[in-house]
Design a protein around this ligand. Structure first.
Ligand SMILES: Cc1cc2nc3c(=O)[nH]c(=O)nc-3n(C[C@H](O)[C@H](O)[C@H](O)COP(=O)(O)O)c2cc1C
Length: 211
């Protein structure tokens, strides 16, 4: 129940108060994102953690002028790989072998299978697959933030190309997928959402049990 209480506490904050989130809490949230499962374990994304106020000010106008962009403590930008390359795939497989200390034939065959498919696919298709993986980490970060008593606003309302330019992401082979400002809610009248009841469809409209 404790987790569900925290998930009921969380909401997509519409206004934040500028207070700094302690670094140990940020580290826990990022670690939760790092631990997210991803397709083939490739973790095809990076997370930019923006503390710099000037950069936040530059991003706000291309993010629907949402105040949480500048009033948050840390702005996370989940940036997905622009495509899958042989180097990127090999990096993760080599890392696995290094950390586990052995080579596994089945795993090596699987590497060859991925090398024979992803890099030949359309880059746009690969980006969308990578972005889906970034969203899994994004979701874990949202849950971890709630666990830490930190507010977070999931944000898709931004111009991705403009954010890519501001942060120089394309040069790094990355594309911004989704944003997550972290901070503390501003409970006064400025946040119209803070005192409203959470709305979710009933379980029966969400879940079908097939016996
Ligand atoms: C992927 C994603 C993108 C979202 N983008 C925005 C956004 O740009 N601005 C905003 O204010 N809320 C945004 N939201 C928040 C949703 O509107 C909110 O999560 C939803 O209405 C449920 O409300 P709750 O999170 O407060 O429980 C986004 C949520 C998700 C999951």
């Amino acid at each position: 129940m404790e987790l569900l209480d925290k998930l009921n506490w969380r909401y997509a904050a519409k206004a934040m108060n500028g207070k700094a989130v302690p670094e140990d809490k940020i580290e826990h949230i990022l670690e939760a994102a790092r631990l997210a499962p991803t397709s083939s374990g490739l973790q095809p994304f990076e997370i930019m953690v923006i503390k710099n106020q000037e950069l936040k000010e530059k991003i706000r106008p291309v993010a629907w002028n949402q105040s949480v962009i500048t009033d948050c403590s840390h702005l996370l930008v989940f940036a997905a790989w622009d495509t899958y390359t042989e180097d990127r795939i090999n990096y993760m497989f080599n890392l696995t072998n290094e950390i586990r200390g052995f080579k596994n034939e089945g795993w090596e065959n699987y590497r060859q299978m991925l090398l024979g498919s992803y890099p030949q696919q359309d880059a746009e298709e690969n980006y969308h697959h990578a972005a889906k993986q970034a969203y899994i980490a994004f979701s874990q970060a949202i849950i971890a933030a709630a666990f830490e008593g930190v507010d977070a606003t999931p944000i898709e309302g931004f111009e991705a190309e403009a954010v890519d330019t501001i942060l120089g992401l394309r040069e790094k082979g990355l594309r911004s997928a989704v944003l997550l400002p972290l901070g503390y809610r501003k409970e006064e009248e400025e946040d119209w959402l803070v005192n409203l009841v959470k709305v979710r469809k009933p379980m029966a409209d969400l879940v079908t049990i097939i016996n």
